[in-house]
Design a protein around this ligand. Sequence first.
Ligand SMILES: [Zn+2]
Ligand SMILES: [Zn+2]
Length: 282
Amino acid sequence: MIKIDCHSHTIASDGALTPEALVAMAEKMQLTHLAVTDHDTMASVAKATQAAIGTGVTVIPGVEISVTWLGRTIHVLGLNVDIHNAELLEGLRGLLKVRGDRAVKIAEGLEKVGVKQPLEHVKTFAKGELISRTHFAQVLIEQGFANNVKQVFKRYLVNKKPGAVEGDWAPLADAVSWITAAGGDAVIAHPARYKLTRTKLIQLIGDFKNAGGVGLEVVSSSHSSNEIHIFADLAVKQEMFASRGSDYHGLEGQWAKLGHIADLPKKCVPIWSKWGLETTPV
Ligand SMILES: [Zn+2]
Ligand SMILES: [Zn+2]
């Protein structure tokens, strides 16, 4: 029997754990398979794969790509990718630059409301090469502007607040084509998070499938059980593979535990059946 989690983060993006600690956690949670899917970087995958040798855990190489679709930010998972693929690496390099530019603008906005040297401080929290809004949130908490990450986002980082800067991320078709070029499977991450109308969601799926995308993350720690049913139905209707991931970040206060999420509803065709893994997880 396999026990699989297809969505997790490390310090290479905005997670709290090193790749080694993440694999140790996967072992503790008795997972057989874990996809390491940092935002816009695969910097932790080789280390995680190395750390998993001799454990019962198999690391699935992955990435979570930031996409701008019709002015909205959408996350697309690339699962089972070749981390040495030049096209994918080149695409991610472009996104790293977008992130760098965005960080400068966020810092400017935050300085105006009295945050001290946000760009310098954020670098002490970002352990990898990539700066995320979660890292800025840590700066604001440290300087006493808020008590927790959720509060910082609400007060400072979204909806025209001082540090709200929309990234100009990868076009949907580009992200999917990089993943496909790297031999991977593209999956729309946590679809409930985008708060799309049914019509917009169907439009997103249409564009995604036209680009070569194949999967929908049906089970996510950010989905309610009702949403899991809705997306399971949708995956079946749209003839998409279904995925299951905790989106574990290892951050304090995050209730989601690695691998501890619902099983895929039986009607779904799991994405891992494409990789020759048995189709019924524990
Ligand atoms: Zn995401
Ligand atoms: Zn994620």
